[in-house]
Design a protein around this ligand. Structure first.
Ligand code: MCF
Ligand code: FE
Length: 440
């Protein structure tokens, strides 16, 4: 059992309560008591304790949409227009995973941890990220992706999906939740959709889907015309019609629990009302949306739908830092009152992700898991969510299941870098390159 305290303990409860000079008493299994730091220390005098001055403690943050496998995409893909981006994904498909993917994914995990993220919703297209994520300190909702529009290939694609899903089910724990990703309405055949959602229903697995991300997708769903018509002709030599209308795609998810729709930039009021009725959540990825679709989600239309935040992958973002994402969102939504927006954003990476959901996380309360992030703040008498988002460029500490994980992760990364530097030096010595001008 131990106690940590800080100038502000931000509960992320319904009322956005903040305890000044607050403390949390916890062990590796969960939070035991929350209150005044000095009083907790007096009550549990034998416990180890630590106070973080000029800091706020929040629940560990959740990045709910991430493609770790695309961590080597930097500079390869075309930004500025969704169609150009998707063309570049297809044209570069042989090179998207890149060499030394493991190192890039390890760096990506470190970027997450450094930004106070203790939980990720990882979309896995190939399963190449399974081991590295399962062995990381992060808690993971692991969305095995189903994708494929070609009816002849469906059996193979479905079998491949099942193999990946089973591999991930073997890792199931309170740190690792197997789940299903349906790529999108333009890329998943109705037969494949039916089969994977049947599995989701039967096994009560969380599901995510890219949905209504681009104008091109909306046009395709509404009238089987526009960019996707040419896309199928150019890349698959086929004349196709959309498999779904916006409504019929959405309808397929009815009756499922824990559904996350990513992007929804082009969702109209009718679609949003249906998403609300289904109690599904929307994940927004502002930087990705700016880069691929020149647009941000209109928060004023959400009408109580729980909003979550994600970075997407390096395929559509320059970083996997959720603090970067929060900061950009704070600037992007210039028409919302600043502190109200900052609080909404903070809740989108904590409470909203887990409310009535799979794990006791996202809010600091007795019985919830001991996952906390500690952020250094500028000195201030009151807690301002805007200060956290503006000034915290990195987390100061990160606890997952009651253990501080950031210090060790940073130390391991440093050791690895030193090792590889020493290796490179040794190699260049052996090649007789040591001391050449080019090495300066
Ligand atoms: O969220 C972005 C944009 N929308 C759709 N897909 C992806 C995104 N980032 C990566 N992807 C992946 C997707 O999961 O791209 C692959 C899929 O496996 C190729 S099809 C766009
Ligand atoms: Fe994505």
């Amino acid at each position: 059992m131990q106690i940590i305290g800080a100038d502000f303990v931000v509960l992320c409860d319904e009322k956005f309560s903040v305890i000044k000079k607050g403390g949390i008493c916890f062990d590796t299994r969960g939070i035991l008591e929350i209150g005044d730091y000095v009083e907790l220390c007096a009550k549990y005098a034998e416990s180890k304790n630590e106070y973080f001055a000029s800091c706020a403690i929040t629940p560990a943050l959740a990045n709910m949409h991430l493609h770790l496998e695309f961590s080597k995409n930097v500079g390869i893909l075309h930004f500025g227009d969704f169609g150009d981006w998707l063309d570049s994904v297809l044209l570069e498909r042989e090179h998207l995973m890149g060499e030394d993917l493991q190192t890039a994914m390890q760096d990506g995990i470190l970027e997450c941890l450094k930004s106070g993220v203790g939980f990720v919703g990882a979309i896995s297209s190939y399963g190449a990220d399974l081991e590295i994520l399962a062995n990381s300190p992060l808690r993971v909702m692991y969305f095995n992706e189903a994708i494929g529009s070609n009816i002849e290939a469906l059996d193979v694609l479905y079998q491949n999906f099942l193999v990946r899903l089973n591999d991930s089910k073997a890792k199931k724990s309170t740190h690792f939740i197997p789940a299903i990703a349906v790529h999108s309405p333009y890329s998943v055949h109705p037969k494949l959709l039916e089969k994977v959602l049947e599995v989701a229903k039967k096994e009560n697995l969380p599901v995510s889907a890219h949905f209504l991300e681009s104008k091109a997708e909306r046009e395709w769903l509404e009238s089987s015309s526009g960019y996707f018509q040419g896309f199928y002709e150019r890349f698959f030599k086929k004349t196709m019609c959309s498999f779904y209308s916006t409504e019929s795609f959405l309808e397929a998810f009815s009756g499922l629990k824990n559904v996350y729709f990513t992007h929804c930039l082009e969702a109209n009021d009718k679609i949003l009302a249906k998403i609300k009725e289904q109690k599904a959540r929307i994940i927004t990825c502002p930087k990705s949306n700016r880069l691929l679709n020149n647009k941000f989600l209109d928060l004023s239309t959400l009408d109580g739908i729980l909003l979550c935040l994600g970075t997407d992958g390096k395929s559509s973002n320059d970083s996997l830092s959720l603090l970067d994402e929060l900061r950009i969102a704070l600037f992007a939504y210039a028409n919302r009152p600043l502190e109200t927006l900052a609080r909404e954003l903070l809740l989108s990476v904590t409470r909203n992700v887990f409310l009535d959901s799979v794990l006791p996380l996202g809010e600091l309360k007795v019985g919830n898991f001991s996952d906390f992030a500690v952020f250094k703040l500028p000195q201030s008498k009151e807690f301002l969510a805007q200060n956290l988002i503006l000034y915290a460029k990195e987390a100061h500490k990160l606890y997952i299941a009651g253990e501080e994980v950031l210090g060790l992760a940073l130390q391991k990364a440093l050791e690895k870098r030193l090792e590889s530097k020493a290796e490179k030096l040794e190699n260049s010595k052996q090649r007789g390159e040591y001391g050449k001008i080019s090495n300066f």
